[in-house]
Design a protein around this ligand. Structure first.
Ligand SMILES: Nc1ncnc2c1ncn2[C@@H]1O[C@H](COP(=O)(O)OP(=O)(O)OP(=O)(O)O)[C@@H](O)[C@H]1O
Length: 161
């Protein structure tokens, strides 16, 4: 399957993509988010989690490294766990924190800065690449497993013209 690409001219387009992803994700999905500082990884994650029904704030878990949210996906209650591994000093920290057990085939795990968790981080179903481009963001989504293919197949998102 070809990667899905789009241009997100402003933050509202990022919010719309996050909402579309909230309707497309499936239990157990692992999403890696790649992009430089300020690329919009947290904005996209926040939009997804809030569109899945979380009413409170969603901040980047810079110091806690991970933050769970109880949400509804396809009418099913499950956890979305948001990771920001930027400040992790070594991949062992990921194991010592017990994060690997979170990847249980049910929780949806969204990982910012996955590079910091290699090689102990479970492999992704979907890889999202975000890049600053002009005033907006260029985004590419790649499916890397049957679950990822299913998610991108369910994704219904038309970027603004
Ligand atoms: N499509 C867009 N066009 C323009 N600005 C955007 C877009 N999407 C998000 N932004 C803005 O980009 C800024 C950085 O976003 P965000 O904090 O999500 O980045 P990040 O990738 O998580 O960065 P970090 O790795 O530093 O946590 C925010 O001010 C957000 O409003």
């Amino acid at each position: 399957m070809q990667p899905f690409t789009a241009y997100l001219p402003d933050e509202s387009a990022t919010l719309a993509l996050g909402a579309a992803l909230a309707r497309a994700v499936v239990p157990g999905l692992v999403i890696y988010l790649h992009g430089d500082l300020g690329a919009g990884k947290t904005a996209l994650t926040r939009a997804l989690i809030q569109a899945a029904g979380h009413k409170g704030t969603v901040k980047s878990p810079t110091y806690t490294l991970s933050e769970p949210y109880r949400v509804q996906v396809d009418g099913q209650a499950l956890n979305i766990i948001h990771y920001d591994l930027y400040r992790m000093s070594s991949p062992e920290e990921f194991l010592d924190a017990g994060f690997r057990e979170d990847f249980d085939g049910q929780n949806i795990c969204i990982v910012e800065w996955p590079e910091k968790g290699e090689p102990v981080l479970p492999s992704p179903d979907v890889r999202v690449l975000l890049n600053v481009s002009g005033a907006g963001r260029a985004v590419e989504l790649q499916a890397l497993s049957p679950q990822g293919l299913l998610c991108l197949d369910r994704l219904s998102f038309a970027p603004p013209p």
